[in-house]
Design a protein around this ligand. Sequence first.
Ligand code: NAP
Length: 313
Amino acid sequence: MGKKEKAKERREKRLQEIQLLRSIPYSHHQRWWSKETIAVVTGGNRGIGFEICRQLAAHGLTVILTSRDATAGGESIKVLQEGGLDVVYHQLDVIDNSSINHFVEWLHENYGGLDILVNNAGVNFNLGSDNSVENARKVIEINYYGTKNLTESLIPLMKPSIVGARIVNVSSRLGRINGRRNRISNIALREQLSDVDCLSEELIDGTLSAFLQQVEDGSWASGGWPQIYTDYSVSKLAVNAYTRLTARKLSERPEGQKIYINCYCPGWVKTALTGFAGNNSVEEGADSGVWLALLLDQTVMGKFFAERREINF
Ligand SMILES: NC(=O)c1ccc[n+]([C@@H]2O[C@H](COP(=O)([O-])OP(=O)(O)OC[C@H]3O[C@@H](n4cnc5c(N)ncnc54)[C@H](OP(=O)(O)O)[C@@H]3O)[C@@H](O)[C@H]2O)c1
């Protein structure tokens, strides 16, 4: 059996295991949440985000499904409500400051805050073997700055609790620092990005600015950036680094006010983002995100997951 077949076999076996795990109901002891637990999901109108909303609502939380387009969001929420799920809607464009501000105000007034934030909204403009950076600025703006700005705006609203609030960033293996086939070639930069004590907003944002500058002056192709879906990979690398940096900062919070932040890769999922190609269904793609959001284990912080297992950044 070749390497590819072996990998396929391993993936399918793990997906079967996860299907089994998902069929086991959470025990009374594990169910720390209730109807009063508020989960906010970005980009919830379709794809993985919609499925995360559906699964969290089915577990009995109150889900706030958000989308940048109110009509699309309204239609999605109707589907879930007709299925008997408790889901609320609010418009939220993660790169529009006034939309973020309206949302924050509304959330505070109506729910007093939130317990779970799932940063799912994201874009990718390349399919198949394409690697255009035509939309690089937009990709980085939405995938990284959208995640970062919304997180910074919502952290003050995260409710204190014994089990801790949670942030889950939907990321990608394509953003791995030391990925075997897709990584930054500058070893010194990789080392800096790998060392959590070295990480800073300046380092992450500076790396993105350097990339975008090269996109602008046309020199990016020889700049040693990841080779596959370069702009998307760079954006997710930044999301991963931001997750670790934020985990470091949040680890200082006192007991009762803890916030656990982690990220995960949903696998290659059949959604609009992949042109409905992929190995995984949206149910499988949403699974690790929902699992992380509901995890009782309070030692999990600043980590990267796929298929409910920790993977390297
Ligand atoms: N599919 C995969 O194989 C895969 C693999 C790894 C990671 N991911 C990640 O998974 C997440 C969900 O992707 P998906 O596959 O479910 O793709 P999708 O079906 O295209 O969904 C993307 C969602 O993000 C929303 N969005 C985009 N820009 C936004 C903005 N500025 N503000 C708010 N929402 C915005 C989209 O809204 P509109 O409907 O208005 O466009 C849509 O709801 C993304 O972060 C993606 O990078 C996906």
